[in-house]
Design a protein. Structure first.
Length: 347
């Protein structure tokens, strides 16, 4: 692999200087955050940000998140911050929370896709913070993947689809959380979750703040429908293989559903992505079985899920069934991604 900076053990000063040179001359880099890898560029430069859209094949109406490493940088992006937004920042930054704020028009119009608002976050990852700090400019970064594919959680998963399209790759090993940040907007003192993530509805509620889940989190969005977070209407995360989501239920009910599906479709090659506690039930069914993690450890599942969604296409099966989980805490976010990955096919 070429053009790779290995920062897994430590961030090397001389290599960091080279990365700063790339960003400050309008280049783009793949870099790790605590959620997923991003493709970063100087958020204030049209020429640089344009390259991100080209590398990803991303629709121009889908705005990018701006990443900052300190509060001085926040002032470059917005001047209008309410009390609730401040409390969220104090509690959850640096961390996996993106807050939609009023833009003061210092970032490229391509970043905001022409909206009057800008999504901002301070990532909780040391490598990301050092890169942004050294570049001394807000960094616009969508998830590192070709549009429509699952976001990258390790370099090996995304190198082939992005090589030749970016100027450098920074390797920070596997990301911690594995799914993208929570995106929120405050309206009339209520926090609206536009995209669920590790910072959950329950976490925000614990602060004594009113919070709601946007109606589109679990709903199919028609292409011409107006939504607050444009990313929700685009095709997302879907493997090429047909995938079907099984609603979370008691063990025996989930397993029976799979059994019935296998019996009704004897000519299909079938795989199942399941809780590791369930694999024992599927072992004798003559189907491929991929464990996603423990039913009692949603964070383990969130770390693995995008890599597994990519792996499904290598299984050489006609259909892959995926066990769903409880829609609570980070499970809400995982289910939001899985419903889209399965293109609303639910069993
Ligand atoms: O964890 C993350 O958020 C990762 C890492 C790299 O930081 N980034 C990420 O970016 O997931 P992306 O571009 O794949 O997703 C950004 C989401 C999209 O759904 C987009 O529509 C929404 O944030 N978004 C960005 N700016 C917005 C705005 N001004 N108003 C509403 N939604 C916005
Ligand atoms: Mg994305």
């Amino acid at each position: 692999m070429n053009n790779i900076y290995d920062f897994k053990q430590n961030v090397k000063k001389s290599e960091l200087d080279q990365i700063v040179k790339i960003i400050n001359s309008g280049g783009i880099i793949v870099f790790p955050t605590e959620t997923v890898y991003g493709i970063g560029a100087d958020a204030t430069r049209d020429d640089a940000v344009k390259k991100i859209f080209i590398a990803k094949g991303r629709p121009q109406d889908n705005p990018l998140i701006v990443h900052i490493s300190n509060y001085n940088m926040l002032e470059k992006v917005t001047t209008d911050i309410g009390d609730i937004e401040r409390r969220l920042m104090e509690k959850f930054w640096p961390g996996p929370l993106t807050i939609i704020l009023k833009s003061n028009n210092n970032v490229s119009k391509l970043v905001t896709a022409g909206l009057s608002t800008v999504g901002v976050r301070m990532p909780g990852n040391d490598i990301a913070l050092k890169i942004i700090g050294a570049c001394n400019t807000p960094i616009a970064a969508p998830s590192a993947n070709v549009s429509g594919k699952p976001s990258g959680t390790k370099l090996e998963d995304i190198y082939d689809e992005l090589k030749g399209k970016v100027d450098a790759f920074v390797d920070g090993g596997e990301t911690d959380i594995g799914i993208e940040s929570t995106v929120v907007k405050v309206e009339n003192s209520v926090v609206k979750i536009l995209r669920p993530g590790k910072i959950s509805l329950e976490d925000i509620e614990d602060l004594g703040i009113k919070v709601t889940l946007d109606e589109h989190v679990f709903k199919d969005v028609k292409h011409d429908e107006k939504v607050e977070s444009p990313g929700m209407k685009h095709r997302h995360y879907a493997p090429n293989t047909k995938t079907i989501l099984i609603e979370f239920d008691k063990d025996n009910i989930m397993v029976d559903k799979v059994d019935k599906y296998i019996k009704e479709n004897p000519s299909l090659k079938i795989a199942i992505v399941c809780f590791k506690e369930h694999s024992i039930y599927y072992i004798n069914k003559n189907i491929k079985c991929i464990e996603m993690g423990s039913v009692n450890n949603q964070l383990e599942i969130s770390r693995n899920i995008f890599s597994i969604l990519r792996f499904i296409d290598k299984l050489d099966v006609d259909v892959c069934l995926i066990e769903g989980m409880k829609k609570e805490y980070i499970g809400t976010a995982i289910m939001n991604r899985l419903i889209r990955a399965c293109e609303y096919n639910i069993l």
